[in-house]
Design a protein around this ligand. Structure first.
Ligand SMILES: [Zn+2]
Length: 285
């Protein structure tokens, strides 16, 4: 059994749908197109196999054995959005952008060093779809996407490899990235989002955000808290709310939701600061 087939079967056994990709060749790509711009990175769609695209990615061992018997060198694709999302980071821009956003915090889940020298960070699924250019040098692979996985070969001749193994526990997507994946609604002055009584709206928003934080399911608590602080920070920027009131109310809700004190303080501060930089203009009186 080749390492590629073995890896494909292992991922499938863990519930991850896999798919065969083209492979890099001496002349370019096994698809044979002289102008192929993604050698060894795109799926084998043709000849009735994988007719339905990513929906045909499979966890069935007999299907997977058939694929890699037919194309022993096929690179291995893993469908994203089911068991995990992947943050695709290209140095140096991507590394710098990510560090600027989340600071020195480390990603603790599975990590792949790609054949091109980039990084794939595996995170709990967010429900978001693919997003190219989420940050400079950073793409998101979520629902409807896939990644090239070890031990696939890159066109450079280097192999993809695990820096931290696929069995490592997945971490939550950092809340700063969640906000980018699900941008808060912004409404322009004069639009339907215009509010007649901004101060009343702000009080209601504070109560609603606190309820959402207290009720957030495990695994989404910190990101819910961040989004709440971010949105309320947008109102605080218009002097509709006070940072101290927001902090007290949200911290109380977050404690009821089971978050730790240190995490609460840090997350609220960070959300408020970011939200304050983007006032919710539709509410300006
Ligand atoms: Zn190709």
């Amino acid at each position: 059994m080749t390492p590629l087939l073995r890896a494909a079967l292992e991922h499938a056994a863990a519930g991850v749908p896999v798919l065969p990709l083209h492979s890099p060749t001496v002349t370019g790509c096994s698809c044979g197109r002289a102008d192929c711009d993604r050698p060894g990175k795109h799926p084998r769609w043709h000849r009735g196999l994988l007719r339905h695209g990513l929906h045909d990615a499979s966890t069935r061992p007999e299907v997977i054995r058939r694929w890699w018997t037919r194309w022993p060198r096929a690179n291995l694709g893993l469908r994203t959005g089911d068991r995990f999302d992947v943050c695709d980071v290209d140095p140096p821009d991507g590394v710098a952008a990510l560090r600027a956003l989340v600071g020195a915090r480390r990603f603790t889940g599975p990590v792949v060093r790609t054949g091109s020298g980039g990084w794939h960070l595996y995170l709990r699924p967010t429900g978001a779809g693919n997003r190219a250019g989420l940050l400079p040098g950073v793409d998101w692979r979520g629902a409807g996407g896939y990644v090239v996985a070890p031990p696939s070969r890159h066109a450079s001749g280097r192999d993809y490899r695990w820096i931290r193994p696929p069995a490592a526990p997945l971490a939550d997507c950092p809340p700063e990235l969640t906000v980018l994946l699900f941008p808060p609604q912004q409404s322009a002055p004069g639009s339907a989002g215009w509010v007649r009584h901004p101060d009343r709206y702000a009080s209601a928003a504070l109560a609603a955000e606190a309820d959402a934080v207290a009720a957030a399911p495990v695994g989404t608590r910190n990101s819910t808290l961040y989004r709440a602080a971010y949105r309320l920070g947008q109102l605080a920027a218009l002097d509709l709310l006070d940072d101290r009131d927001i902090t007290v109310v949200l911290a109380d809700a977050a404690r009821r939701g089971g978050l730790g004190r240190y995490e609460i303080t840090r997350t609220i501060r960070s959300g408020l600061r970011t939200g304050r930089r983007r006032p919710r203009l539709g509410l300006a009186a």
